[in-house]
Design a binder for this molecule. Structure first.
Ligand code: 5GP
Length: 215
């Protein structure tokens, strides 16, 4: 297993793949941005995480998440199967290294929708990804969006707001901040950031063997 982790560490650190990480508190509108982004960019694929949370009515196993029991998840931790994992709102969520590698080897760039704890772990391993943080335009909007389901009790609203505030304090770990006050503009901004990141000389050169040979 130690061997497996070492092999993975080398793959992760030396691979020339573009990896995009998007975080943001619930209420920031991150999922909608991601959905629109994926429809625009066919080189981008969203990482399908493993989770111990139960599926919501519209969610499909293998498409939205791999839904597993806590025992299965803990077994995967022991086997070193995760790039990162975290406890979010009392459920475990983790990114499968095998899944990511398979997609990357098929030529796709992987987009990771992971929380602030996951990003901290990834950055500690390999800091060279593209790290984007989506924020609401202000506290009033955040409160409004958090309460918009209409199913929250005052206590659960307070908890959701407190969690969102904690997450917002992690903005410094990211390279880019996107304010989601206008959905289409936010999608355009994220898309432009990804394009610029792909074109960064240090990323683009990896696919240009002939140019590297020149010197
Ligand atoms: P939800 O349960 O609403 O689908 O997701 C809750 C939170 O878990 C989201 O903020 C999402 O970014 C985060 N999340 C989803 N998958 C992963 C993962 O593999 N790792 C980490 N660290 N967070 C994740």
């Amino acid at each position: 297993m130690v061997h497996r982790k070492r092999v993975w560490k080398r793959y992760w650190e030396t691979s020339n793949k573009v990896r995009v990480f998007i975080s943001g508190p619930s209420g920031a509108g991150k999922s909608t941005i991601i959905r629109k982004l994926l429809a625009l960019d066919d080189k981008l694929v969203l990482s399908v995480s493993y989770t111990t949370r139960g599926p919501r009515p519209e969610e499909v196993h293998g498409k939205d998440y791999f839904f597993v029991s806590r025992e299965e998840f803990e077994d995967m931790i022991k086997k070193g199967a995760f790039l990162e994992y975290a406890n979010v709102h009392d459920h475990l969520y983790g990114t499968s290294l095998d899944w990511v590698r398979q997609k990357e080897e098929s030529g796709l760039d992987v987009l990771f929708d992971i929380d602030v704890q996951g990003v901290e772990q990834v950055k500690a391993k390999a800091p060279q990804g593209c790290f984007i943080f989506v924020v609401p335009p202000g506290m009033d909007t955040l409160k409004e969006r958090l309460g918009s389901r209409g199913t929250e009790t005052p206590e659960s609203m307070k908890l959701r707001l407190r969690n969102a505030m904690k997450e917002l304090a992690y903005w410094k770990n990211y390279d880019y901040l996107v304010v989601n006050d206008d959905l289409n503009r936010a999608v355009r901004e994220v898309s432009s950031i990804i394009t610029a990141f792909r074109c960064k000389a240090e990323n683009a050169i990896k696919a240009l063997g002939w140019l590297q040979e020149i010197g």
